[in-house]
Design a protein around this ligand. Structure first.
Ligand code: IPE
Ligand code: IPE
Ligand code: MG
Length: 247
């Protein structure tokens, strides 16, 4: 049986989030500069997006640039920003053809002007698409997002619009960048690293974590299928005991 047919379509995660890692090490393995790894990572983005949409996943969030990534050599940062502009220009038609809506989370207004502008255009040009939402995490930091949400709620309290008791889980979720997006059920990280690197800390409170040693530029549809099959074999108990969990 091929991998895809082993997936139970009735039990698909609605939202998959991916920490795309290992571009630099992949490039090194090939005797090339790090940027070569980032360029080849685009193929993996395309394959994964297509595979997720074909299956019927509703949201795919890709961690593309963290707030901490500004600390990288200037040359790598600017190459990444240019690659993003180039890729968005190239892929917008395909996103529209595949009925995929683009969104972004993170402090995107701090991106270089051309990157920010291209990103906003991409979001605007795809806003009516319905099949899947592709969320790019750019200049993203979960701690920043949580602090921003706290500030927003504090200001609302100060203005007398809400009381402290109104701040429940739903209100807090609504103050995050991911407002309206269901929490990811499956989080994938490539490259063998087993950490979260400041990604979606609130939203993945109950996500299933899947780590693979594959470097991101080598990630293909089959690798996504394998992650989903693994996810579907797990029992998600949410604090209950096994006997209470209705399959
Ligand atoms: C992930 O690959 C891409 C970004 C963080 C932008 P890396 O560039 O982190 O690759 P490694 O971890 O150095 O191999
Ligand atoms: C996390 O990868 C950020 C992205 C994938 C964009 P990093 O490679 O930057 O993470 P650390 O620094 O190794 O934790
Ligand atoms: Mg890395």
């Amino acid at each position: 049986m091929d991998l895809k047919s082993q997936i139970n379509i009735e039990k698909l995660p609605r939202h998959i989030a991916i920490i795309m890692d290992g571009n630099g090490r992949w490039a090194k393995q090939h005797g090339k500069a790090r940027v070569f790894g980032h360029r080849n990572g685009v193929t993996a983005v395309r394959e994964t997006t297509e595979a997720a949409a074909e299956l019927g996943v509703e949201y795919l969030t890709l961690y593309a640039f963290s707030t901490e990534n500004w600390k990288r050599p200037k040359m790598e940062v600017s190459a990444l920003m240019r690659l993003l502009v180039e890729t968005l220009h190239k892929e917008i038609d395909t996103l529209n053809k595949n009925d995929i809506r683009l969104q972004a989370i993170g402090d995107i207004s701090k991106l270089p002007k051309s990157t920010y502008k291209t990103l906003l255009e991409g979001i605007e040009n795809t806003k009516d698409n319905k099949r899947m939402t592709l969320v790019l995490a750019l200049n993203y930091s979960a701690k920043w997002e949580i602090m921003e949400a706290s500030r927003q709620l504090a200001r609302q309290v100060q203005a007398g619009e809400i009381t402290p008791d109104d701040i429940d889980e739903a209100a807090f979720s609504n103050a995050l960048n991911t407002k309206g997006i269901p929490d990811p059920e499956l989080l994938i990280r490539t490259s063998g690293e087993t950490r979260l690197s400041n990604f979606l800390l609130w939203q993945i409170a109950y996500a299933e974590l899947y780590f693979t040693s594959i470097f991101w530029p080598d990630f293909r549809k089959e690798n996504l299928f394998n992650a989903i099959i693994d996810f579907q074999r797990r029992e998600r108990r949410f604090g209950k005991i096994s006997e209470q969990v209705v399959q």
